[in-house]
Design a protein around this ligand. Structure first.
Ligand SMILES: [Fe+2]
Ligand SMILES: [Zn+2]
Length: 449
């Protein structure tokens, strides 16, 4: 058993000394023999009473940490060495890895493993003497075997909506609040992330105020339509958006390799006519319906790439890279959930990369998609009014509009998904940590690093 093989070793001077307390270190030999049970090693009782520490077990490949009687995480030695967060291995300011991962022997073994009040401390002997500390909470939050202990912010779980849900719980915030107050800003961005759409009331009906609102989130993404765009039905650009005809539900920029993350719309004026209602459809709802009712179609929608183009302006000709395009639905390989919807049947190019044996099934798949997309239970029609802005997650929620007459003027902008998410994450981080200095708030143990 372990007792007989344990020996006290003298600790080399190490940067982690401050973390280590006064406990002696115990060398643990790599566990030999796969069939044998893992040996438990209890921490040596210290002189002062200490909180109960997790039990750890070590074998030739992993360290196991017993969180409770029925919950254990296992970490490979190579993973532990690679994830050392000491200032030599991971830069405390830039939060970048400095350790050369490829200098770690593939079969690296800890020389000593110790459970301390500060966390798991591992002493490594090769390729050179090194000591690593892993706080318990960090280990637990980053457990990959099993996965997903870490508490997640609420906005990471979408509310997938149909007409009834959004009509009764319409996500809405007030302009004054989001402009003045960071908590309200956080609430707004969290709603956009969770619902894929959010209305902002009380926005002065002009382009500058709409731009100021957009800039509360982040940069505006300049495209062939400009930065802040403002349009009427004057065909200023060769796109149906610049006419008065109806637009079926779609996402924008299917012809980009990286479609805009957010789209912000403000109806500034609609006079002398009727129509022009805005249509919103949650792509995640449609995807869920297709998956449940037409599984084969769901498969094709998530696998078959569709080429698209924007070629109505003489000086631009957009196609995604690669030219074969992207599937309607992108599925997150780690969760199996749809995370990105790209759909604009008007912008679809010649479909010539679908296998001939699949062509009819693919047409059936987009027919099934269109059926679920156009069901009244999926559609949310809203008549936008000046002073109400709508923000749409363009990688999830589809938008369209009814035909209209009269003079209808809108302004808006595109924004990057990453810039939006970065803003949301920072606001979340501030809320979690309080109003501390950034280096206090975000350290090498922060989630997501
Ligand atoms: Fe559009
Ligand atoms: Zn290190």
């Amino acid at each position: 058993m372990w007792g007989s093989s344990l020996s006290t070793v003298v600790r080399p001077a190490a940067r982690h000394q401050a973390y280590l307390g006064r406990r002696a270190y115990i060398a643990t030999k790599p566990f030999q023999g796969a069939a044998a049970a893992l040996a438990l090693r209890k921490p040596i009782p210290a002189q002062e009473p200490e909180p109960e520490l997790p039990l750890t077990e070590v074998d030739g490949r992993r360290v196991a940490v017993q969180w409770s009687s029925d919950l254990q995480s296992r970490f490979h030695h190579i993973w532990l060495r690679d994830h050392c967060r000491c200032s030599e291995c991971f830069h405390p300011i830039t939060k970048q890895r400095m350790l050369d991962t490829f200098s770690i022997p593939a079969d690296i073994q800890p020389r000593a493993v110790d459970a301390t009040g500060e966390g798991l401390v591992i002493q490594w002997a090769s390729p050179h003497e090194h000591t690593s500390l892993y706080p318990w909470s960090w280990l637990k939050n980053n457990s990959y075997d099993p996965q997903q202990f870490a508490p997640k912010p609420d906005w990471q779980k979408p509310i997938i909506w149909d007409n009834r849900t959004i009509r009764t719980r319409t996500p809405t915030v007030e302009y004054y609040d989001v402009m003045e107050n960071d908590d309200a800003l956080y609430d707004w961005l969290a709603k956009i992330k969770k619902w894929g759409v959010c209305f902002v009331r009380g926005v002065p009906a002009d382009l500058n105020s709409t731009e100021a609102l957009a800039r509360r989130i982040s940069f505006i993404r300049e495209t062939q339509y400009g930065k802040m765009w403002s349009f009427t039905s004057d065909l200023a650009h060769g796109d149906t958006a610049y006419t008065n005809i109806a637009l079926p539900a779609h996402t924008d920029n299917t012809y980009f390799t990286d479609p805009a993350g957010l789209q912000i719309f403000h109806l500034l004026e609609h006079t002398g006519g009727t129509g022009g209602e805005t249509l919103l459809v949650d792509g995640l709802h449609v995807a869920r319906e297709v998956r449940r009712r037409y599984p084969r179609s769901f498969e094709l929608l998530s696998q078959v790439p569709i080429p698209c183009h924007a070629a109505g302006d003489e000086d631009t000709f957009y196609r995604p890279d690669p030219n074969s395009g992207y599937p309607v639905l992108s599925v997150d390989a780690s969760t199996g959930e749809v995370w990105h919807v790209r759909w604009n049947n008007n912008d679809r190019s010649v479909v010539n990369a679908v296998h001939p044996d699949l062509m009819e099934a693919w047409y059936q798949a987009i027919r099934d998609w269109n059926r679920c997309l156009t069901e009244p239970s999926a559609e949310y029609w809203v008549k936008l009014q000046p002073r109400t802005v709508v923000v749409i997650d363009n990688q999830r929620v589809m938008h369209g509009r009814a035909e209209f007459t009269g003079r209808r003027q809108l302004c808006g902008a595109y924004m990057g998904k990453d810039d939006f998410m970065s803003r949301l994450r920072v606001l979340w981080e501030k809320g979690e940590a309080g109003a501390l200095d950034v280096h206090e708030r975000r350290n090498v143990w922060s989630p997501g690093l």
